[in-house]
Design a protein around this ligand. Structure first.
Ligand code: CA
Length: 224
């Protein structure tokens, strides 16, 4: 629930008319966009298995258009461990089977655009799942490709206001990693971090993979 509240707050911020004055790089359509949030699991089920899916959303696009919506905010559809409603992402490159396929997502975006509706993907940028390939590699050592995508404090300092973010682990990289919400959501190091316990402070940009996706925008979420 906490993560969804944060997302909601950010969406309100995006929809506010003042955003263009603060950041001229924002697309002009955001100024007066009418958003329609879709949490896929509980929206429209197309195959009768009791779980909403992307073909179900496609079947509702004419209705969505008819009520004056100009942008869909699509809650996470990526492969997930489902410990936090899809916000613990195992694979940022693939649509979870419960919702369909990557081709279904491309078709949703194509058909939405054909109706003049933007699609905003809920990009969970603050953390991954502890089953994500990046974290599984990072936990093994300090000199691998994804080693520095996460934060591995060497000890737990007394009195740190973020002590509830420390997760004890028996991983080779341990003894701690930093989480955002649940223990299954290790925090991605997307900005310089200087912990008193000595984590390094390099800036990383693990989301260089957005090329080729014809979405209209991303909701950029982070928790701290
Ligand atoms: Ca279904």
């Amino acid at each position: 629930m906490k993560s969804r509240l944060l997302t909601f707050a950010l969406a309100c911020l995006l929809a506010a008319s003042g955003i263009q004055a603060r950041n001229p790089a924002q697309p002009s359509w955001l100024a007066d966009a009418v958003f329609y949030q879709i949490y896929p699991s509980s929206y429209q089920d197309s195959d009768g298995n009791g779980i909403g899916d992307i073909p179900g959303i496609i079947s509702r696009l004419d209705y969505i258009k008819s009520i004056g919506v100009s942008a869909i905010w699509l809650n996470p559809v990526y492969v997930s461990g489902w410990t936090d409603g899809g916000y613990d992402v195992i694979d940022f490159y693939r649509v979870d089977k419960r919702f369909g396929t990557n081709s279904d997502l491309v078709e949703l975006i194509r058909q939405a655009h054909a109706r003049g509706i933007k699609v905003v993907m809920d990009l969970v940028a603050g953390h991954s799942s502890d089953q994500n390939e990046w974290f599984l590699q990072s936990r093994e050592g300090a000199d691998l490709r994804y080693s520095d995508y996460f934060i591995w404090p060497s000890f737990k300092p007394d009195g740190d206001p973020l002590l509830n973010k420390f997760v004890a682990t028996d991983a080779p990289r341990g003894p701690y990693y930093i989480k955002n919400f649940f223990d299954t959501q290790p925090a991605l190091k997307t900005r310089p971090v200087r912990w008193r316990c000595g984590a390094n402070s390099r800036t990383l940009s693990p989301f260089g993979w957005t090329r080729g996706w014809t979405v209209s925008a991303w909701i950029w979420r982070r928790a701290w």
